[in-house]
Ligand binder design. Structure first.
Ligand SMILES: CC(C)(COP(=O)(O)OP(=O)(O)OC[C@H]1O[C@@H](n2cnc3c(N)ncnc32)[C@H](O[C@H]2O[C@H](COP(=O)(O)OP(=O)(O)OP(=O)(O)O)[C@@H](O)[C@H]2O)[C@@H]1O)[C@@H](O)C(=O)NCCC(=O)NCCS
Ligand SMILES: Nc1ncnc2[nH]cnc12
Length: 289
């Protein structure tokens, strides 16, 4: 296999630990935040479709979550039950709200990256050695698959959950109960393909974001823009991918035009942003397969 021209992570000198997994999750949130242009999402220099948060809010949120990710990776390593993970996620969400003055920056990431940290910790314990993405997915299913399936049957009172039920979409909890198909079957292959084409890490991540947006049932888009908002966003993203993505001539201009269209409609693909951060986490802790 040809090594990518711009590796996403440094070669590792010693075996991975749960603390490394947790630290990689915080870095992965930064990988996502630092990208631009991102349709409707907060970047280091603009607030996208948001009026209540900016890059500082996100940095404070990430700082408040750094111990959570290490803690939940360690809990996964020790074989903790779902109730332990859930309590840890709920406490992390309270810390996030305290750090941001009540703004929801990372609820979805606390759930998704938290579960992936736990699953990576469990895979490390069960299999040892270098981690593979497939082993993380298998560990998630084996340890908490049943609990996630029953959790996804609960009726949500949160905006995304309500929109998902109303429009018959796959919510964040359903995506987890299915062991994150958009992450493993779309995002990670897209990231790998972009790396193989020699894109820089930021270009590869941006390209991956559009691949995710094209297929994810992002309940934030449905909550803010209804079913039409979600489907239009998916079509714009698919069109961007079909035309050759970010690295073609005119790719950046096209991405800026989509970003403007999202802001004009107040659309924000928060679920896609979390899924991209999750792909960055897996790329940071797993060896390429
Ligand atoms: C299971 C929970 C995640 C609750 O989920 P539910 O669907 O019931 O409710 P929401 O909180 O509304 O949505 C979940 C968040 O997940 C992200 N997301 C959306 N769609 C998907 C998808 N298809 N797949 C994966 N992830 C998805 C998204 O999070 C991001 O966006 C948020 C910011 O959006 P914004 O529009 O600014 O904010 P809002 O305040 O929501 O609305 P406005 O009024 O401003 O428009 C931000 O959180 C991003 O991260 C969805 O928001 C869950 O909360 C839960 O059970 N948590 C506690 C337990 C836990 O964390 N456990 C972890 C270990 S088990
Ligand atoms: N950069 C971002 N902007 C808005 N919502 C998000 N949710 C996760 N990352 C986000």
């Amino acid at each position: 296999m040809i090594a990518p021209a711009y590796p996403m992570t440094m070669p590792r000198q010693r075996p991975l630990t749960p603390a490394d997994i947790g630290r990689a999750a915080t870095l992965a949130l930064h990988d996502e935040l630092s990208l631009a242009p991102k349709p409707g999402l907060v970047t280091l220099t603009d607030c996208g479709s948001h009026t209540d948060m900016d890059a500082h809010t996100f940095m404070r949120s990430m700082f408040s979550l750094r111990h959570y990710f290490v803690h939940i990776a360690q809990a996964g390593f020790e074989g903790a039950g779902f109730d332990v993970l859930e309590r840890s996620g709920i406490a992390a969400e309270a810390r996030m709200r305290h750090a941001t003055g009540g703004v929801n920056t990372h609820r979805g990431a606390i759930f998704m990256l938290g579960l992936l940290c736990a699953a990576a910790g469990a895979a490390l314990h069960d299999e040892g050695g270098a981690l593979h993405g497939d082993a993380v997915r298998t560990a998630l299913r084996r340890h908490w698959g049943d609990a996630l399936a029953s959790r996804s049957q609960r009726v949500s009172t949160l905006p995304g959950g309500i929109a998902a039920r109303r429009f018959g979409l796959r919510s964040a909890s359903t995506e987890a109960a299915l062991a994150f198909p958009v992450l493993f079957d779309t995002a990670l292959p897209a990231l790998k393909a972009a790396q193989r084409r020699g894109l820089t890490p930021p270009e590869a991540r941006l390209d991956t974001l559009f691949h995710i947006m094209a297929v994810l049932d992002d309940s934030n888009l449905a909550h803010r823009g209804g079913l039409a908002g979600l489907r239009d966003a998916q079509r714009m993203a698919q069109d961007f991918v079909d035309q050759g993505g970010i690295a073609r001539p005119g790719g950046m201009t096209h991405a800026h035009a989509i970003a403007d269209a999202f802001v004009a409609r107040r659309l924000s693909p928060g679920g896609a942003a979390d899924t991209l951060a999750a792909a960055c986490l897996i790329a940071r802790i797993c060896v390429a397969s």
